[in-house]
Design a protein around this ligand. Structure first.
Ligand SMILES: NC(=O)c1ccc[n+]([C@@H]2O[C@H](COP(=O)([O-])OP(=O)(O)OC[C@H]3O[C@@H](n4cnc5c(N)ncnc54)[C@H](O)[C@@H]3O)[C@@H](O)[C@H]2O)c1
Ligand SMILES: [Zn+2]
Ligand SMILES: [Zn+2]
Length: 338
């Protein structure tokens, strides 16, 4: 069978690999149908993801069909449409014991620390698979994983109905945060530097879009919130500047959610944190968000039209990566088909 392997930084190829087999009673064999390409796949390819080891079959935004189930599996059957929850956790560390297994001390992410979904078949424990309704197209189920990131950011920010939420960045993650915040009944403002991305954000439900290059975001937010500030700021740009800005525009009792992996420092003074009792939190991957997102997708509450803009067959992985980098304004989400 075919698999997309990053042999080492800068070198990606489609390899022939033996089809995997079920070995444990709780395992499931899945035929992969579609895999999203994410910024972190690009980082693994370029050698800028410090967690990745090589060679690596990439891909963590994965959807497919169950082919075969182990003896003990009673939650799935052949023919079921599924998405992969791409994390493996130890279950015993402090984070796991406290319901936060997404930050397990011994966390392994499929497609990063171990082989992921860009291959024709994969065998995984049934607990890592979530069933979706058969009428949900693969172009939608392939987006479940990034939407769980958005759901987690909203949970970490304790977004509630009526809250004003500023989302910085209208890339795929910003859009996923936006759509989940709208489902929670928030009023949403979103920034970006690209007119195309802002236009799509508006189409995706943003109450106001702000061009961060042409407008003073701080002033705009203060005026839109009548001087109160945003109750929640989600940073889906993830640079020192946006983190600092987030703290400046948060309301009293506000929450600032960061999603970035940069090691660059931001200059955050103590005064606003104390005076306004701000809560600054990180958000990584997700805990228990797959059922939440899938339910909304099954029930057609979550509309993902227009998000997948480009589809490439597995053989064209190299072209896909080059295309994404050359036309960032055109590509919202590119997916590989198998
Ligand atoms: N914590 C997690 O679990 C997690 C998961 C996935 C992605 N991420 C991170 O989330 C971030 C966003 O991911 P993405 O795939 O949407 O990336 P992306 O690069 O596609 O989107 C970022 C957007 O920010 C815009 N931008 C740049 N500078 C800006 C500024 N000053 N103000 C406003 N907008 C600006 C860009 O135009 C772009 O549209 C990345 O840093 C990624 O590493 C975190
Ligand atoms: Zn991703
Ligand atoms: Zn653990």
């Amino acid at each position: 069978m075919k698999a997309v392997s990053v042999k080492e930084a800068g070198s990606i190829e489609v390899i022939e690999k033996e089809k995997p087999e079920i070995r444990e009673k709780n395992e499931v064999l899945v035929q992969i149908k579609m895999v999203g390409i994410c910024g972190s796949d690009m980082h693994i390819y370029h050698g800028t993801n410090p967690l990745a080891t090589y060679p690596r079959v990439i891909g963590h935004e994965v959807t497919g069909e169950v082919v075969e189930i182990g003896e003990q599996v009673n939650t799935l059957k052949p023919g079921d449409k599924v998405v992969l929850e791409p994390i493996d956790t130890c279950g015993t560390c402090y984070a796991c014991r406290n319901g936060r297994s997404n930050v397990c001390q011994n966390l392994e992410v499929y497609g990063v620390h171990r082989d992921g979904g860009m291959q024709q078949y994969i065998v995984v424990p049934s607990a890592n698979l979530h069933k979706v309704e058969p009428d949900v197209p693969y172009q939608a189920s392939v987006l479940v994983e990034p939407f769980t990131i958005g759901a987690q950011a909203n949970w970490r920010g304790q977004v509630q109905e009526g809250d004003s939420v500023l989302i910085q960045g209208a890339g795929p993650i910003g859009i996923c945060c936006l759509k989940m915040a709208k489902l929670l009944g928030a009023k949403c403002y979103i920034t970006d530097l690209s007119e195309e991305r802002l236009a799509f954000a508006k189409q995706s439900g943003a109450d106001e879009v702000i061009h961060a290059g042409n407008k003073d975001v701080e002033q705009e937010i203060m005026s839109l919130t009548s001087g109160e500030g945003a109750n929640v700021v989600i940073d889906a740009v993830c640079i020192p500047h946006t983190f600092e800005l987030g703290v400046r525009v948060a309301s009293n009792a506000g929450r600032i959610v960061v999603l970035g992996f940069t090691e660059q420092t931001s200059a955050i003074p103590q005064l606003p944190l104390t005076k306004q009792e701000l809560t600054v939190v990180g958000s990584r991957l997700q805990t228990n968000q797959f059922p939440n997102v899938i339910k909304r997708l099954n029930q057609k509450e979550l509309n993902v039209d227009g998000m997948v803009t480009h589809t490439f067959p597995v053989e064209d992985i190299q072209e896909a990566l080059e295309y994404i980098e050359r036309y960032p304004d055109e590509v919202r989400k590119a997916v590989m088909t198998f």
